[in-house]
Ligand binder design. Structure first.
Ligand code: ACO
Length: 429
């Protein structure tokens, strides 16, 4: 018999279906709650609310498990490339050789942006954060593809997907070049996705630039680790905006804005700034941990804690290993890595962090790798956006193809304001 959940309210009993996910996750289907009872659910922060069903990513926050389309993140980080993982997330299966080659070719041939867009970059002050440039530029891309913006046309969406992935990478690199006053470097078709990005970031017209294969490998891994994380703040934003049938560029641009905040993707920049501050203060990690525990200080240990993970974030463990490997290969000694490790050790042995299950998240070590790759601090969240792009696209596409998400996203509220009040003329106020 189908499982039902009983709700007793105002002396009456109501029964609601229980749905079960493929990993045995249970949910009570309250989609008819208001129709049947007149009540709504109240869940600020959505910690207990399933907004959709999804077959893309599975997370078990208690056990520290993350899988894309069923494949463990550890295997993808070791064996896959970012392009292959993007295909997996968006289209639901690992590509065959032919499918992968076709996808790569499309990414290669859609990498340039309209030349007139280069003038947009000149309008920003040099102090502009690259995330504001990125989100505006991505929204502006809609202006150049009016014939590909219908979210319910499979043909148009399929034509748009490689353009979104490829052009946003180009815009990200250009926003950096503009911020340091260097000429933009056009994409090179002979280079793969990650190598091309590094080339656009670091080459200059006056001398040849060799892309380091170790750096390409590390970048592939980092982008794979960021590629999806089910219904996080930015992905939910992309879905919500997309539910109004806004086009893919507009939806992704909104996701970029959501990611910018320091409680979400902006944390990687905040972590490095925090580590630099601790370094300037003589490396006293205990003082930082004490400040983070003080509820009046408003200081949080950036890169610690997660809404879903209540154990070690599996991505943080992989990044920490890569960070050690890359720095020792490049014979670089970064004092911030030493501070980060001591900070982690001190926090993890402190009852405040233990009791609240606060562990390092993906952002705790990612900034240190970006530093080792020569990527400046204000570009870290841009790097996160590049990584998260295939996840946003996959969710946006899944939403448009699924029957249960065909309605516009529109939460309700519990109104707590004034009841009906008279309009008082200004002279009488
Ligand atoms: N430092 C100190 N205390 C913390 C931290 C932290 N980093 N994170 C959470 N806490 C405390 C809270 O104050 C709260 O304490 P209380 O129970 O005494 O009130 C308790 O731990 C639970 O925290 P919540 O705020 O309820 O956790 P929530 O799930 O809402 O927030 C979040 C998760 C936003 C990630 C939070 O841990 C945080 O702000 N961390 C720092 C920022 C960060 O690293 N963000 C990146 C997240 S990963 C990502 O987006 C890619």
């Amino acid at each position: 018999m189908d499982e039902k959940a009983e709700l007793k309210v105002a002396g009456k009993s109501y029964f609601f279906p229980v749905i079960t996910g493929s990993e045995n996750e249970k949910a009570v289907d309250f989609s008819k709650l208001r129709d049947q009872t007149g009540y709504i659910t109240y869940d600020p922060g959505y910690g207990n609310t399933g907004a959709c069903s999804s077959a893309i990513t599975f997370i078990d926050g208690e056990k520290g498990i993350l899988r894309y389309r069923g494949i463990p993140i550890e295997d993808l980080a070791e064996k896959s490339t970012f392009v292959e993982t993007s295909y997996l997330l968006i289209y639901g299966h690992l590509p065959t050789k032919v499918e992968l080659e076709d996808f790569r070719t499309k990414l290669t041939y859609h990498s340039m942006i309209h030349e007139s867009m280069l003038r947009f970059f000149d309008g920003y002050p040099s102090s502009a954060h690259p995330m504001c440039i990125l989100s505006s530029m991505v929204s502006s891309l809609s202006a150049y593809y009016p014939e590909l913006l219908d979210p319910v046309s499979d043909e148009q969406v399929d034509a748009l997907v490689p353009r979104v992935l490829s052009k946003i990478r180009t815009i990200a690199a250009y926003s950096y070049k503009k911020s340091i006053g260097q000429p933009v470097i056009y994409p090179v078709n002979a280079l793969n996705y990650c190598a091309n990005f590094l080339h656009m970031m670091f080459a200059v017209p006056s001398e040849p630039y060799e892309v380091d294969p170790d750096v390409v490998d590390t970048l592939n891994t980092l982008l794979i680790l960021h590629a999806d994380h089910e219904q996080n703040c930015s992905t939910s934003t992309v879905r919500l905006v997309g539910s109004s049938h806004a086009n893919l560029f507009a939806s992704v641009s909104a996701g970029i804005s959501a990611l910018w905040g320091p409680r979400h993707g902006g944390a990687n920049q905040a972590v490095v700034e925090m580590l630099e501050q601790i370094h300037r203060n003589g490396g006293d990690v205990k003082a930082a941990v004490t400040a983070a525990k003080d509820r009046d200080s408003k200081f949080l240990l950036m890169g610690f804690g997660h809404r879903v993970y209540k154990s070690y974030d599996p991505r943080a463990a992989i990044i920490r290993r890569h960070c050690d490997r890359l720095l020792s290969k490049q014979k670089v000694k970064d004092p911030l890595l030493d501070i980060a490790k001591r900070l982690e050790e001190t926090a993890l042995s402190d009852p405040y962090f233990k009791e609240r299950n606060l562990y390092p998240n993906v952002d705790f070590y990612s900034g240190l790798i970006y530093r080792a790759l020569g990527i400046p601090t204000n570009m870290y969240t841009v790097m996160f956006s590049l990584g998260r792009l295939p996840g946003w696209i996959a969710h946006w596409r899944e939403m448009h193809q699924s029957s249960d998400s065909s309605r516009i996203g529109r939460p309700r509220q519990v109104y707590t304001g004034e009841t009906i009040s008279p309009y008082v003329p200004i002279e009488a106020r």
